[in-house]
Design a protein around this ligand. Structure first.
Ligand SMILES: [Mn+2]
Length: 357
């Protein structure tokens, strides 16, 4: 069980920051620290105890999924329950996740918590989540494998005249049948001139002969997400389509090559970006090269120009340069990889040769 160890890391952080407790309100952080998959609940981590407050609907499930936590029925007013717990343990300084509390919740906390100081903190749990352990890596590899297989099934079904929305439905159907808990995010299927929209979610448009089709999607396996993009051509590629594709692929391969523990995020971005910029397409590549993935589809670390953070073994990131030309179309190629000591392990296995259907 990894949860106990993760809670212990939070408890160490509490001691270091001279805090008595952390109230976890974010769902992904709650799951990460407890294993509880229910949609509602709060974790209270003190230096000695981990309590999971949830409501009647989830009590049985919580006991099964989070044996490392003391399970507490939050009752009619969970602030009363929280106050009682804080009292019992003589908590004087309570931290809360300021990025995951609404203004209304904050005002209520400030009003109802009477015997201790409350203080907002950022990224306490998120920072731990940046580096994946073996259990997480295995799940993400499986999520990537599901997406790969779904994509190969989809390729046999793509024909001119099919709508983008149907393509998204087929992909999501295949992923579900292969064990995905749902799409990792709104599936992107952008064809023809729409492929120049970096985040063109699938629409009503029919895919026509000659279209570039950007397909960006992912699966969820045991809570963990995958992310991949392939661009295909419906029919035979034109010389320009081939040239743009080759350039994006060259940048993508260089980005992958640059990844290893100790490398800075901005350096990976630069390596890929420079290849595209050198051919005059710098302005047509307006997003960062990649991002972390995990329980969320977009997490730290971001592989971006202004991020000096050094990559560490166990981080999982995407590498996804693209070129987008208004009124013409776009190409993006994306793999998800795990950072290793000397390079990276590529979880996405689908070929990156240009696919002409
Ligand atoms: Mn991505």
């Amino acid at each position: 069980m990894p949860y106990k160890n993760r809670c212990r890391q939070i408890q160490d952080l509490l001691l270091k920051e001279e805090l008595d407790a952390l109230l976890v309100t974010d769902g992904a952080n709650r799951y990460y620290l407890s294993g509880f998959t229910g949609s509602s609940g709060y974790l209270l981590i003190t230096t000695k105890r981990v309590s999971l407050l949830t409501d009647f609907r989830y009590l049985t499930q919580a006991k099964e999924e989070a044996p490392g936590c003391e399970i507490i029925n939050q009752g009619q007013d969970w602030y009363d329950t929280l106050n009682r717990l804080l009292d019992e343990q003589q908590i004087k300084k309570l931290a809360f996740e300021q990025d995951h509390v609404s203004h209304t919740q904050y005002l209520r906390l400030a009003e109802k918590i009477d015997q201790c100081v409350i203080t907002g903190k950022q990224n306490l749990v998120e920072r731990l989540r940046e580096k994946k352990d073996q259990i997480e890596l295995d799940r993400m590899k499986q999520a990537a494998a599901i997406a790969d297989e779904a994509f190969s099934r989809l390729l046999t079904e793509l024909r001119p005249g099919i709508k983008e929305l149907e393509v998204a439905a087929l992909l999501e159907y295949h992923m579900r049948r292969l064990g995905s808990e749902g799409p990792a995010f709104d599936t992107i299927v952008a064809s023809g001139i729409r492929s120049a929209l970096p985040h063109g979610t699938a629409g009503d448009k029919k895919i026509e002969a000659g279209d570039l089709v950007v397909i960006d999607f992912g699966a969820i396996y045991q809570g963990y997400r995958s992310d991949m993009t392939r661009t295909v051509v419906m029919g035979q590629a034109t010389p320009k389509q081939k040239a743009i594709y080759r350039l994006v692929l060259e940048a993508q391969l260089a980005g992958l090559e640059a990844i290893k523990a100790g490398q800075s995020c901005q350096q990976v971005d630069t390596v890929a970006r420079d290849i595209i910029a050198a051919q005059g397409y710098g302005d047509n590549f307006g997003h960062s090269v990649g991002h972390g993935v995990g329980l969320h589809i977009h997490e730290n670390p971001r592989l971006a120009q202004k991020n000096p953070l050094l990559l560490e073994k166990g981080m999982v990131v995407t590498v996804e340069p693209g070129i987008y030309l208004d009124n013409w179309g776009g190409v993006r190629i994306e793999d998800m990889v795990a950072v290793t000591e000397n390079g990276c392990e590529i979880f996405t296995k689908t070929s990156k040769e240009l696919i002409e259907l």
